[in-house]
Design a binder for this molecule. Structure first.
Ligand code: SAM
Ligand code: MD0
Ligand code: SF4
Length: 392
């Protein structure tokens, strides 16, 4: 027997305009809405999408944006991610391991220039991963020197290391899943079980760290695959969520993929803003450099990442060199763009206040916890920024 729409209770698909109006009125987005918004085309619908995202950002954060300094201190890596310039088997990428003194100096320069956070990033470098003291010592040295918030992006590490990183001054653990479509994930992070990466993020939360999650797009994947990943972010306990467009890298397995423009990334930034009004969402300088910043901020991002001190020999990830030594990826370099977007950089104190509001409450002692489970401010506690209205 033929099934009719009435039999299967299929609800009609709403237009982009209808979905956005409902969202601005406080209605949640369905997975289907997410896919429709990511598929938006035409200037009218796109401008409505980006403008709705800016409205939601302004309700949650006012006109304040956060600035993250980036220090890629070791580009050695034992993994072989298919998309990455620094994969173990690729000979072309610049390999270096900066000394603790060089890292502290670069971090000090970034602090003096006005960033709110230092992101200490490495490849999965065995020299650091096999030594339980090396990375915590680096974090402590940078924390002592800068007194700034710190993010670590060391790849997968165990719960003991996560606790030590927290104890020595790290606030954030960044670990990106890239895709929640199992077929695409397995083409990207070769030989790295997806569930181990997911577990590391949970362990980081238990260690008292904030978590950044990230997706990639631009592999020619179907929209349904990417939409599935964006919707899956709802199930991830992350306080910062990002998306980056794949930049094909010479000499790597995916070098032949045609580069995508930034439109889908910008739509995803807007959709993530609508899904998670109060989360931090980066506009990375690492994909399209300074030229790509305005479009990403206009899509609802509220963090500028990949600010790199020039002339230090420090590299980017997706763009190893672009816009670094010419000073475009600096606080001074992004100032005009922020002004054009009507945004102002937060002070480190404002950023600290946001972090303190977002941090998980310290676990209660076992005796005190009996009978009061769920009463402590948990991961759902909404971070607040002193200068901003609370997010919807
Ligand atoms: N090695 C650690 C790891 O992989 O978790 C830390 C580095 S991680 C922050 C580097 C991230 O940059 C990847 O997770 C990926 O999202 C992004 N990335 C790397 N290569 C890229 C490329 N060619 N294009 C766009 N994004 C890229
Ligand atoms: C960025 N190049 O922010 C950096 C990197 C790692 N936590 C971040 C991908 O774009
Ligand atoms: Fe190594 Fe990270 Fe690059 Fe993967 S993305 S190859 S883990 S540096």
């Amino acid at each position: 027997m033929m099934m009719t729409a009435a039999d299967t209770h299929v609800s009609p698909i709403r237009t982009v305009e209808q979905i956005l109006a409902a969202r601005l009125d406080g209605e949640a987005l369905s997975d289907k809405d997410v896919e429709v918004l990511l598929g938006a085309t035409g200037q009218h619908d796109l401008e409505l999408l980006f403008s709705a995202a800016r409205t939601v950002r302004a309700r949650a954060f006012g006109d304040v944006v956060f600035l993250y300094g980036f220090v890629y201190f070791s580009t050695y890596c034992k993994n072989a991610c298919a998309f990455c310039y620094y994969r173990a088997t690729d000979g072309a990428s610049p390999r270096y391991r900066k000394s603790i003194g060089e890292v502290v100096e670069a971090a000090g320069r970034l602090r003096d220039s006005g960033v709110d956070l230092i992101d200490l990033t490495m490849g999965e470098d065995p020299r650091y991963l096999d030594d339980p003291d090396a990375l915590p010592a680096l974090v402590r040295a940078v924390a002592d020197e800068t007194r700034l918030a710190i993010m670590v992006s060391p790849g997968v590490v165990g719960p003991g290391m996560l606790r030590r990183l927290r104890a020595t001054g790290a606030d954030w653990y960044a670990l990106y899943q890239e895709s929640y479509d199992p077929a695409l994930y397995s083409r990207l992070r070769l030989g790295q079980p997806a569930d181990r990466r997911i577990r590391a993020k949970r362990q980081a939360r238990r260690a008292g760290l904030l978590v950044e999650e990230g997706l990639m797009t631009g592999f020619g994947e179907p929209l349904s695959s990417f939409a599935r990943s964006v919707s899956a972010l709802r199930g991830v306990d992350a306080q910062q969520v990002r998306v980056m467009t794949f930049v094909p890298q010479a000499g790597t397995p995916l070098a032949g993929i045609a580069p995508a423009d930034s439109l889908l990334e910008r739509k995803a930034i807007a959709v993530m803003r609508l899904l998670f009004p109060g989360k931090l969402i980066p506009a990375s300088l690492d994909v399209d450099g300074l030229a790509g910043l305005k479009g990403r901020l206009d899509a609802g991002a509220n963090v500028v990442t990949s600010i790199i001190p020039p002339q230090t020999g420090l590299a980017g990830v997706a763009q190893a060199e672009a816009d670094i030594d010419n000073g475009a990826r600096t606080v001074a370099g992004v100032a005009d763009t922020l002004e054009l977007c009507g945004l102002v950089p937060a002070t480190p104190a404002q950023y600290r206040a946001w972090i303190e509001g977002a941090r998980p409450a310290a676990p209660a002692a076992p005796a005190a916890r009996a009978g009061t489970a769920g009463t402590a401010a948990g991961p759902e506690a909404r971070p607040r920024l002193a200068v901003c209205e609370a997010g919807a």
